[in-house]
Design a protein around this ligand. Structure first.
Ligand code: SF4
Length: 151
């Protein structure tokens, strides 16, 4: 089984109540399990956007960085709890791979929004990505599946 960010297959779980549906589901395997760590972490939809301040997902898991909404609320615990629920699902499903949404503070891999809420990126992984990779689950993003597509 392969985990996939639910927003990538058209589920309206984004912070703004929308989705990030891929241009085509042809490249998506059939054995997918859709997950949304922010919803699993107890956050509502829609919800204020949140970004990781002064660090990345690994730092958040180690207690050295926080996830803060654009309104200034601390949602770090929600992000960690959601990541833990995703890991639980992965382990029950014996998933060894995940296709997650690029740049997200939960799902991003390699690059995430930098905490300024200005659409700028910094190096690092989202909280769920960091936890999955620490547990041996390989994370790709939609950019790996559609390298020539602009998202
Ligand atoms: S990027 Fe991840 S956390 Fe954000 S809406 Fe998509 S699945 Fe949920």
């Amino acid at each position: 089984m392969i985990l996939i960010s639910a927003c990538l297959i058209g589920v309206n779980c984004n912070y703004n109540g929308q989705n990030n549906a891929l241009p085509s589901l042809d490249k998506i395997p059939k054995n997918i399990v859709p997950i949304c760590p922010e919803q699993l972490g107890g956050l509502p939809t829609p919800r204020p956007p949140a970004e990781i301040i002064l660090g990345d997902g690994k730092d958040v898991l180690e207690g050295n960085a926080k996830v803060i909404t654009i309104k200034g609320d601390d949602v770090t615990e929600n992000f960690i709890f959601g990541a833990e629920q995703v890991l639980k699902i992965a382990q029950v499903c014996k998933a060894k791979e995940a296709i997650l949404k690029a740049n997200s503070p939960s799902c991003g891999k390699g690059l995430i929004y930098d905490g300024s809420f200005k659409g700028k990126l910094k190096k690092g992984d989202g909280v769920t990505t960091a936890l999955l990779e620490q547990n041996g689950i390989k994370v790709l993003t939609e950019k790996d599946l559609f390298p020539h597509q602009c998202f």
